[in-house]
Write a protein that binds this ligand. Structure first.
Ligand SMILES: Cc1ncc(COP(=O)(O)O)c(C=O)c1O
Length: 398
């Protein structure tokens, strides 16, 4: 089938890259040892801290998010260290795999993939660990495979109540710059993020925001590290440089993306994502389908994962939608393969893009013979019309 117009990229990342960002990247590569580069490097290294809501350092790797997972571990832990990680979905399971390959002992707390990390469970575990054998708690803030957002401040409070010194490592790959997240205020030690989701950039760059406590942990951490070594990064970063060749054009893009986010105001960015998530859930309920996330306080604002009715293959539905309407939706991952499809509503996205996305799902369900009730799109439009003002003046939002 010949497709015209623009592809709808509605997977939960990589997300649509705004034209402004694409244009900003369409520029000559400059010498990465030049004063011009140092000015760019300083501007983005400094500016990106606003998005993490931190005053501490943020390092950037020319790598996908998986690299930043590894970096968080090798800079803070030693072989044989024990950590706690909650099973929230496919990404917690992949992160566990990375840790275990480094000889880290993971207490993997079982979960049903429909709920976030349990603060009560964490508090009990940490209180029982009187000898402080557990060195870190790892959590995926927004589980991209399920559309469930864990409540990180509650995990922090659980650690504090148990008076446990373990580090808190949080993956925000599909939440940063889409869902409210506060590295400093929430007492997170390492925040892991990627370029290709809320930050509205192409894939290829990832981040570690680092607390003072995490930085001190590097002094005793004995896992081997070279490319990921924070100390090697932080030295040249002070003057805007990198220890190796940086992804120069992605940094041009990041500079523009930061400008776009500043213009909208971070608080408005979060509200916009909340609105789209609410409207999407209104559509799903009206269709009579089931949302994967079971706990309303943990609904994700960056994506919604939906079960197809029993006996109806979610991958077939996605294929029909791609073929007929040129729209990509996220596949069900791991144990949800074929059972779930995921609607990404994050990044550079607006009301009409959401309306188009949901129209594509509804038309696709008709074509694919997936049983559903009429009226999902209408329910979403009503939700958008009634879900409050789109945004507030930037000054008020800050
Ligand atoms: C929550 C989460 N963590 C980790 C990753 C892995 O990141 P990457 O594929 O960029 O290596 C992803 C990718 O989608 C993700 O959504």
């Amino acid at each position: 089938m010949i497709h015209t117009g623009r592809h709808f990229l509605q997977i939960p990342g990589p997300t649509n890259v705004p034209d402004r960002v694409l244009r900003a990247m369409d520029a000559p590569v400059i010498d990465h040892r030049s004063p011009e580069f140092a000015a760019l490097g300083k501007e983005v290294l400094d500016g990106v801290r606003e998005v993490f809501q931190t005053k501490g350092p943020v390092v950037m790797y020319p790598a996908s998010g998986t690299g930043a997972w590894e970096a968080a571990l090798v800079n803070t832990l030693s072989p044989g260290d024990r950590v706690v990680l909650f099973e929230t979905g496919q990404f917690s399971s992949l992160w566990r795999g990375v840790a275990e390959k480094f000889g880290i002992q993971v207490d993997y707390v079982p979960g049903n993939w429909r709920r976030g990390a349990s603060a009560a469970d964490l508090e009990a575990r940490m209180a029982a660990d009187r000898g402080h054998a557990i060195k870190a708690v790892m959590a995926v803030h927004n589980e991209t495979s399920t559309g469930v957002t864990s409540r990180i401040p509650e995990l922090r409070r659980a650690l504090d109540k148990a008076q446990h010194p373990a580090l808190l490592l949080v993956d925000t790959i599909s939440s940063l710059a889409s869902i409210d997240y506060r590295h400093d205020e929430w007492g997170v030690d390492v925040t892991i993020a990627g370029s290709q989701k809320g930050l509205m950039l192409p894939p290829g760059m990832s981040f570690n925001a680092i607390s003072e406590k995490a930085l001190r942990a590097t002094e005793s951490a004995r896992l081997p590290r070279s490319y990921w070594d924070w100390q090697e990064m932080l030295k040249p970063n002070r003057s805007g440089f990198f220890p190796y060749t940086p992804p120069t054009n992605l940094l041009y893009g990041l500079r523009e993306a930061l400008k776009i986010m500043r213009e909208e105001g971070l608080a408005n960015v979060f509200k916009r994502h909340d609105r789209y998530a609410e409207a999407t859930r209104a559509a799903v309920r009206a269709w009579g389908l089931e949302i994967v996330c079971e706990e309303p306080r943990e609904y994700s604002s960056s994506l919604t994962a939906v079960f197809t009715p029993e006996g109806h293959d979610a991958d077939k539905l996605r294929a029909v939608i791609l073929e007929n309407f040129d729209m990509s939706l996220g596949a069900g991952l791991g144990k949800f393969a074929g059972k779930v499809f995921r609607i990404g509503h994050l990044g550079a996205f607006n009301d009409l893009m959401l309306a188009g996305t949901l129209c594509g799902v509804e038309m696709g369900m008709r074509l694919a013979g997936v049983p559903h009730k009429e009226g999902g799109v209408m329910a979403a439009l009503s939700s958008l019309a009634t879900a409050g003002k789109k945004s507030e003046p930037v000054a008020a939002a800050r």
